[in-house]
Design a protein around this ligand. Structure first.
Ligand code: KMH
Ligand code: ZN
Length: 308
């Protein structure tokens, strides 16, 4: 069990709309500020999406990524992990363009195709903008596409960019997809796996499902993997964090995945969610790792190797 726990903060996301919470950072300045605050609170990694500044619509705009990644890099030494998952309706090329352009230390890598339903959120009694309602209800017919051809393409791109992929597994079958990519020599080891549970269309954020996926990963990858979990929604985010703290894994929190800090209180910032994760870590004798300690754990190429 590694004593140090690497905490990631997922700052804004691409599968939510601003009306869901005023705390969701939208503009590049807000995303940079929130990322710097999350790092100061104890996050070694910040996971980054971008949004249209005027509306908050999730976009794959490479110039907005440039502004955000440079803005964060100028303010702190946190590991900046851009998304290659993006948001609903984006093509693989749009989603993966961050890799050759910014050559980040880490980036997400989604390991299978599945339905990604957000439409029940549209039924909540909130004063949505028309585009937000369209964005949410359109997911009734949305498949988050990550075919074997797509994944093999991303394997090439992360290797070329010397970027460590964080393998996002949403269901048991995705673990076998990873095994296939390893067997083909398309992924370098040790791998880092993130169990993402609670997305409608994939596996549920239940402790028994987490244990089943963790056990399956251990069967398939032996000791050659590190892991973390991202629980979507409340209390899933903190329940999975507790499991990872007990099992020697790492933790992801953030407004991308969850809007509540307690059952009755919505989070006012990403830093607030990170602080709760830090408090939990202390209760489990796990100390938050610094960005450089995380770089060592994941054998990252370092900040000097990025292009932003
Ligand atoms: N939105 C999360 C459920 C990515 O950005 O590539 C998973 C995620 C994937 O963060
Ligand atoms: Zn994401």
């Amino acid at each position: 069990m590694s004593e140090k726990v690497i905490i990631s903060a997922a700052i804004t996301g691409g599968m939510s709309v601003p009306t869901q919470s005023a705390a969701i950072p939208v503009t590049p300045e807000e995303i940079v500020e929130s990322a710097v605050g999350a790092n100061a609170a104890g996050a070694a990694i910040v996971h980054i999406h971008v949004r249209e500044p005027e509306t908050g619509r999730p976009v794959a705009d490479i110039e907005l990524f440039d502004e955000v990644l440079r803005g964060i890099g100028e303010r702190c030494d946190v590991i900046v992990q851009p998304t290659t998952g993006g948001g609903a309706g984006m093509t693989l090329e749009e989603r993966a363009a961050v890799l050759p352009r910014f050559r980040p230390e880490m980036a997400t890598f989604n390991t299978g195709s599945f339905n990604f339903g957000l439409f029940p959120i549209a039924e909540r009694d909130l004063d949505y903008e028309p585009w937000e309602l369209d964005y949410l209800t359109a997911t009734r017919d949305y498949v988050f596409r990550n075919t074997f051809a797509d994944m093999e393409r991303i394997c090439e791109m992360v290797r070329e960019a010397e970027t460590k992929p964080e393998l996002e597994v949403y269901d048991v079958g995705h673990l076998y997809n990873v095994r296939y990519l390893l067997d083909r020599g398309l992924l370098d080891t040790p791998i880092h796996v993130q169990f993402v549970l609670g997305v409608m269309g994939a596996n549920a954020a239940r402790l028994d499902q987490f244990m089943h996926m963790h056990r399956t990963a251990t069967d398939l990858f032996g000791e050659r993997f590190t892991f973390s979990a991202a629980g979507v929604g409340y209390p899933a985010e903190f329940h999975l964090a507790a499991m990872c703290l007990m099992l020697g894994g790492h933790v992801r929190v953030g407004l991308e995945d969850n809007l509540r800090v307690t059952r009755s209180r919505r989070a006012g910032s990403n830093a607030e969610l990170v602080r709760k994760a830090v408090t939990m870590a202390e209760l489990f004798d796990r100390e938050p790792a610094s960005a450089d300690e995380a770089r060592e754990t994941f054998a990252l190429k370092g900040r000097e190797g990025v292009a932003f």
